[in-house]
Design a protein around this ligand. Structure first.
Ligand code: NDP
Length: 311
């Protein structure tokens, strides 16, 4: 039984770095990378960012796919992945902290008119402009899982009125929690900022179409750190042109990297960050080695995904 690390990325963390960390934490583990693969039939677990179509064909004894992150849509949605192959994701603590900070930062940027004051400074102009009072501001958080619940708590602790939305009922101190499809327009109509941190599933893809964008509060801000396919980007541009919502802050887009000729780049109502809100993994790489040991021992896996539900 061997563990293959295959991120396919060059701008984040290397396969060798992950392999070294797993071997440091679990000495003696048979960890391979594409350059040290050997016999593909040895591989029982693969750690990936996204699953290639040929992984299941190349690795005939695959039992577990470990996502090096949280969003598993390219894995659970892969039609070539045999039904017996299990899927796990990483512990979300470090990305949850980062994403909650990202939401707080971009909500506060708006509240405190930061871009306005920076522009005024460059003109050497002293222009007082009243900040928006946080206790009068309603912030909605869509998705109240590991990351959304942490974000909702952090936003509440800053002083905002916080509403949350999920599929099933939730209780979070200080947060007004709604659930189910019918409750979403009700929430959107009340929020000055909407922070989306939903997984990509058949139910969430395209959820923010022209009709849903139109029920947001005029001038409100839509922030998305979940997955880009939540939003119909053509409809978003039209909606921004009409002022509802007034601004969008996108850490994720339908196509990543976002092509340089995409109109989102130049739109004055759009701020883009390149999928960096949940950058840090913290201690989560330990999950990779731990799940490999658990797989070998037949023990319950850490952070196993419900393949049928999609997250
Ligand atoms: P979780 O699985 O812990 O939580 C998902 C939440 O979304 C749950 O509250 C769930 O509701 C809710 N949800 C799912 N489907 C629906 C629906 N149809 N209607 C209403 N609510 C729904 O995930 P995480 O919080 O850990 O992560 C969320 C997503 O964030 C990931 O799937 C990933 O795509 C993205 N992500 C982005 C990162 C970045 O760097 N930008 C980094 C990490 C993650 P319920 O609780 O009722 O099941």
């Amino acid at each position: 039984m061997a563990l293959l690390i295959e991120t396919g990325l060059s701008d984040w963390i290397s396969d060798n770095d992950i392999a070294r960390e797993v071997q440091r934490l679990y000495p003696g583990t048979d960890v391979r990378t594409p350059s040290t693969l050997g016999d593909p039939s040895d591989i029982t677990m693969v750690a990936v960012v996204g699953l290639n179509d040929d992984h299941p064909k190349r690795l005939p004894n695959l039992q577990l796919v470990q996502k090096l992150g949280a969003g598993v849509e390219t894995i659970v949605g892969n039609p070539n992945l045999p039904v017996h192959v299990r899927v796990t994701r990483l512990k979300p603590d470090a990305p949850a902290q980062g994403i909650a900070e990202w939401f707080v930062a971009y909500v506060l940027r708006h509240q405190r008119h930061m871009t306005f004051h920076e522009a005024a400074q460059r003109r050497a102009e002293w222009v007082p402009k009243a900040p928006i009072y946080s206790p009068d501001t309603v912030v909605g958080v869509l998705g109240l899982g590991h990351i959304g619940s942490r974000s909702a708590r952090m936003l509440h602790s800053v002083g905002f009125r916080v509403m949350g939305w999920s599929r099933s009922p939730k209780q979070i101190d200080g947060v007004t929690c709604l659930h189910g499809d019918a409750a979403l327009p009700e929430l959107l109509g009340q929020c000055d900022h909407v922070c989306a941190i939903l997984p990509s599933t058949p139910q969430t893809v395209g959820l923010f179409d022209a009709k849903m964008l139109a029920v947001m509060k005029p001038g409100s801000q839509l922030l998305n750190a979940g997955r880009g396919d939540l939003i119909d980007e053509d409809a978003l541009i039209t909606a921004l042109d009409n002022g509802t919502p007034g601004h969008a802050v996108l850490d994720v887009t339908t196509t990543e990297p976002l092509p340089s000729d995409n109109p989102l780049w130049a739109h004055p109502g759009v701020t883009i960050t390149p999928h960096v809100s949940g950058w840090h993994l913290g201690e989560a790489l330990a999950d990779v080695g731990e799940n490999f040991q658990r797989l070998k021992a037949g023990a319950p896996l850490l952070h196993e995904v419900d393949r049928a539900r999609g997250y």
